[in-house]
Ligand binder design. Structure first.
Ligand SMILES: NC(=O)c1ccc[n+]([C@@H]2O[C@H](COP(=O)([O-])OP(=O)(O)OC[C@H]3O[C@@H](n4cnc5c(N)ncnc54)[C@H](O)[C@@H]3O)[C@@H](O)[C@H]2O)c1
Length: 495
């Protein structure tokens, strides 16, 4: 029996409800008060607006400006910050104050990054660094960017995801003088336009790249080869971006040192694992109001991200199985108590399908055709190619946007698949992400950039992709823990 059938069965055990008696009002005032509340139709719209507010509350957590009714493209607006600079393109620079508040809130839980900023800002280890960055633009990234600036770097920034930008945070950065080119809901064309505006600035040439996904690196490599060749180095955060760098390196075309943040222990064990463990449930709840208990879930990929998702869903009572192509990870999944399956064999029974592989075409059109009615399909891996979303944009299928970031894709027989964030990263598009883990990743990124600017990379072979050695990460981790313990001890002492 599936959970729906079990729910129906449970009601047969409940005694039949008696009809509600006509309401008696003690006086006319009470009646008037009651009549203020919605009627049946109104109640329906009330419950709809409550459901809707679950996505709206995401917006308010992640972006105050999401529901802005200003439809003008930021590309068509002339804006300047209070110092008169117009070297940026954001939704509305006037939202800077809201954004500043978000940044200050984020700073409170980013102890490692803030302590690094305090320790190194007098020394300015990044003086002379001209960094172009392409990451999610959130309050936490703003703390990272402002740390780089405090350490002496000049930064220009753009978004690596068309949905994840917090408009008010981008505005706050633009207001402080960081050239930012990003807004929530960019088109594909806007996305590349923003990257180009970020790189292409007369009289200014980037000498470092901080990337998440490899799009910025690819753009600089293709369009600005002279900038690419002269760069001091690249710092890449994601599996996908690192894979693209390896391909470049293998082809002998990687002529600058590149740092692999993704494989640093401080990123993998915290961002990929714990961040996803915390945000998968949030993303699913805000978009669909789904109940997890009893749901059949398949998680594709049992790496760090998959492990985080599986453990959160299992803890909520979902029945979780996994798919894997790596026998070691498959065995790990099995030993953690998950059924290891082939997607083809289980696809018809699943209530939720989640991809976490960093690979392409993990869920194919053929599998989407066989998925059951009402199944939720989403991606926690890198890009929107894990689920073959492109194949769903065909004439026989109807797309219905039911909420922000939620589409019903409807088959000719009436079957609906609930696709979240158009197959892009669910948590970064539809939920909040824990600041604490992002602080660890951001601190790792700063350390890699300082390392690039430092002699530890300058004298090494150039055509090479490497990570800070694990023991350095461990030293950093120990320092982080000691610092964290000290903060707790001081707080306890104060109490
Ligand atoms: N959502 C987020 O916040 C977030 C955070 C960090 C990383 N990521 C992204 O998530 C992806 C996975 O990261 P990770 O750290 O878990 O990587 P990982 O390498 O540890 O795990 C990926 C796993 O997927 C498996 N896999 C690959 N192709 C598969 C397929 N077709 N079917 C089943 N399994 C397959 C691999 O064998 C591997 O075990 C990356 O693209 C990364 O950039 C997302």
């Amino acid at each position: 029996m599936n959970v729906g059938e079990l729910q129906s069965a449970a009601f047969t055990a409940v005694p039949t409800l008696k009809p509600i008696k006509k309401i008696q009002f003690a006086n006319a005032e009470d009646k008037q008060e009651f009549q203020k509340y919605p009627t049946k139709a109104g109640r329906r719209s009330l419950s709809r607006s409550i459901s809707q507010s679950s996505t709206d509350s995401y917006s308010s957590a992640a972006s105050y400006s999401d529901s802005s009714d200003d439809e003008t493209s930021p590309r068509d607006k002339a804006q300047a910050n209070s110092k008169g600079s117009s070297d940026f393109c954001v939704k509305n620079v006037k939202q800077a104050e809201f954004g500043r508040r978000e940044i200050e809130i984020a700073e409170q839980d980013m102890s490692a990054l803030i302590s690094l900023r305090k320790r190194a800002q007098a020394e300015k280890p990044l003086a002379g660094a001209k960094i172009v960055g392409c990451t999610h633009i959130t309050a936490q990234t703003a703390v990272l960017i402002e740390t780089l600036v405090a350490l002496g770097a000049q930064c220009r920034w753009t978004a690596c995801n068309i949905y994840s930008t917090q408009n008010e945070v981008a505005a706050a950065l633009a207001e402080t003088g960081v050239p930012v080119f990003a807004w929530k809901g960019e088109s594909e064309d806007d996305f590349w336009w923003c990257i180009d505006r970020c790189v292409n600035k007369e009289g200014w040439q980037a000498n470092m790249i901080l990337d998440d996904g490899g799009d910025l690196t690819h753009w600089v490599y293709k369009k600005y080869p002279s900038v690419f060749k002269k760069a001091q180095g690249i710092v890449e955060e994601s599996v996908t971006g690192v894979h693209r760098l390896y391909q470049l390196s293998k082809a002998g075309k990687l002529c600058v040192p590149a740092m692999n943040v993704n494989d640093s222990v401080t990123k993998q064990k915290f961002d990929n694992l714990y961040c996803c463990r915390e945000s998968i449930l949030d993303g699913l709840k805000r978009t669909t109001d789904v109940m997890f208990g009893g749901k059949q879930v398949v998680v594709c990929g049992y790496g760090e991200v998959g492990k985080g998702c599986c453990s959160a869903l299992k803890a909520m009572g979902a029945i979780v199985c996994i798919t894997e192509i790596d026998p070691i990870c498959a065995l790990q999944g099995c030993m953690d108590g998950f059924r290891v399956v082939k997607l083809n064999e289980v696809i018809r029974q699943m209530d939720i399908v989640i991809t976490c592989t960093g690979n392409k075409n993990v869920v194919t059109r053929d599998q989407l055709d066989r998925i059951k009615n009402g199944c939720i399909v989403c991606n926690m891996g890198h890009s929107n190619t894990e689920i073959d979303v492109a194949s769903l944009r065909s004439p026989e299928l109807t797309w219905e946007r039911v909420r922000s970031q939620v589409d019903h894709v409807i088959w000719p027989d009436g079957k609906r698949v609930i696709l979240l964030a158009e197959g892009r990263l669910l948590n970064l598009s539809c939920s909040t992400v824990p600041t604490f883990v992002l602080s660890i990743t951001a601190t790792t990124q700063v350390r890699h950039l300082v390392c690039l600017d430092d002699s530890c990379v300058k004298n090494t072979q150039k055509n090479y992709l490497f990570s800070i050695p694990k023991n350095m990460n461990l030293v950093f981790l120990c320092i982080f823990y000691v610092f964290f313990l000290l903060v707790i001890l001081v707080a306890l002492e104060v109490c």
